[in-house]
Design a protein. Structure first.
Length: 90
C-alpha cells in the first residue's frame, strides 16, 4: 500500500513539473496528444469495420468464407459464433 502511494506521489510530482515547464503550451500539447490517440482509435475501428464488410461481401457473392461456419452478413462476421454455428449464450 505504501509503495502504491509513493508511486502515485512520484507520478503527480512529474506531472506538476512537466506542467511548470510547458507553461501556456500545456493545453495545446494535451489536446494534440489526446486528439492523436483518438484519431488512431477511429482509424482502427474503421479498418475493422471495412474488413468485416469485405468478408460479408465475399460471402454474399459466393466466395468461400474466411473460416468454416462463418455467416455471410456483417453482424455474423463481427459477432462470435459457437463451433456448431449456434449463437453463444450471454
Amino acid at each position: 500500500m505504501l509503495l502504491q502511494y509513493v508511486i502515485a506521489l512520484v507520478i503527480a510530482a512529474l506531472a506538476i513539473l512537466i506542467a511548470i515547464i510547458l507553461g501556456d503550451y500545456g493545453p495545446w500539447y494535451l489536446s494534440w496528444f489526446l486528439g492523436t490517440g483518438f484519431m488512431v482509435l477511429v482509424a482502427t475501428a474503421a479498418g475493422v469495420l471495412f474488413e468485416a464488410q469485405e468478408d460479408a461481401a465475399k460471402a454474399a457473392a459466393g466466395a468461400p468464407a474466411a473460416a468454416p461456419g462463418t455467416p455471410g452478413d456483417v453482424v455474423g462476421v463481427v459477432t462470435p459464433t459457437a463451433a456448431d454455428g449456434r449463437e453463444p449464450r450471454t
